[in-house]
Ligand binder design. Sequence first.
Ligand SMILES: Cc1cc2nc3c(=O)[nH]c(=O)nc-3n(C[C@H](O)[C@H](O)[C@H](O)COP(=O)(O)OP(=O)(O)OC[C@H]3O[C@@H](n4cnc5c(N)ncnc54)[C@H](O)[C@@H]3O)c2cc1C
Length: 501
Amino acid sequence: MHRYRVAIVGAGIIGASIARILSMYENIDVSLIEKEPDVGWGVSKANTAVIHPGHEEDPKSYPLRARLCKEGNELWREWVRELDIPAKWPGELMVFTSDEEEKAAEKYIEFAKVNKVPGVRVVYREELRALEPTVNPDALGAVYAPTAGMISPMEAVIAIVENAVENGVKLFTETEVFNVRVSANRVIGVDTNRGFIEADVVINAAGLYADKISNVVGVDTWFFIKPRRGEYLLFDEDVDIKPTRILHTVPTLVTKGVYVVTTVHGNLMIGPTAEDLPVDAREATLTTREGLEYLWREAGKILKVLPPRSRVIRTFAGLRPEPPNGQWLIKAYDSPWGFVNVAGTRSPGLTAAPAIALHVLEQMRSVFDLRLVKKEKWNPFRKDIVRVRNRSIEEIDRLVETNPDYGEILCYCRMVSKAEVVEAIKRMKAIGVKTITVDGIKFRTYAGMGKCQGSFCRWRVALLVSKYTGVPLESVVVKRGSYGVGDVKLLLRGRAAKGQG
Ligand SMILES: Cc1cc2nc3c(=O)[nH]c(=O)nc-3n(C[C@H](O)[C@H](O)[C@H](O)COP(=O)(O)OP(=O)(O)OC[C@H]3O[C@@H](n4cnc5c(N)ncnc54)[C@H](O)[C@@H]3O)c2cc1C
């Protein structure tokens, strides 16, 4: 049986999904390579989290996007169950407030027919309000798409990687690919800051940096990525304006519209904007006053009552990896043999990720003529961390009997116990995360995601990281680089030494 070594560049939702699919095969050894300290910290971290139905993809202009979006929506139902990922399926309402918008919205009924998206129809005033009481009474109607869903994208990436690693995938974090080595017109591996990794197949799933990887190989040299920023407002979970459906304005040429959603964790969220940035602005995730004002105005069109502005707990922005023509570049090359591009993965890349992974497998099979053997014992399941949040006192008592750490609450906003943080640290080590970051724990446990945004719990989490990893407290990393939780005495000593004390 011939063995294939596959290197995947990028552990975002798409690289992770491809790794999971490839882990089903006996004769593929997968290396999942990520430049950041943890998985999912690229585009997959900051987005609207909607599992789109597929009726917004123009089947003529973007047939691949249309097909894989619809298939991805179907596949996610199975994946969230197998992998215990927080998800809900409330359906969505594309709200129109004028005759022109109604006309623009009608084309999505046609797209739905061609893309075979079930149940999409126009609803008018009374039915709209029955479907969603928080909607602006001046709205004329909406395109209703019942199959829309929402997930927690970061938790999805984490769950997929945990499952892929359980099935044999090797994760390399803090490992940046800077070259794809080619010899005799075949790829032979990747050069990284940690040395050379051999591979017969290299899959480029590098998100915002996928054009750079593609360019070093010298294929499709016309291709480049332009970052398109999307800003958001996130509200405290006790704000009582919480649409049950996913609401959004009518899409434009550049965006699927502004969304007003209740996240799977119960926060009202409004966004995104759509702003094209210069090609080199790939880390420009600051929010702007203009962007946030625009969101406020757009939300006012579709909500009956706007939430109190004072209840915004966070503003943030994500960057879409926008390809020049809106088309995803998903292609296996026979020259050089063994290279695969999964680039320009703009929206609906989150929705389509499982379907993209299957499509990549098909491409690899047909172009590289791989002879693959399915594993007899592939485990499709993964369980989430056991949480005290939303449990009854009796249930928490039972948990405390099994482990007293469930009784020690570290994050009061989100009700996160010490046991959950310790479990997160254990899981990060198990998948091969080298630096246990406070942010990595936040994304796994929600500690620091509540109204105080970590002011209360961050140092407690950092103390535990220090205890369970042996890293001194002042060297614990919150996000990346050297920003740590400080030892005040040490800082003061430093200032005194510089004559500032
Ligand atoms: C504002 C916004 C809203 C969106 N809303 C939705 C939505 O509601 N629904 C939907 O379906 N889609 C949505 N999307 C699109 C979706 O988020 C993306 O399609 C998806 O996250 C892309 O995933 P990815 O794995 O390709 O990229 P990423 O998540 O960026 O993963 C790529 C990874 O590669 C790593 N990397 C890069 N270069 C290197 C290197 N040289 N070496 C090693 N590692 C490297 C990066 O660090 C990163 O982790 C939205 C996007 C944005 C920005």
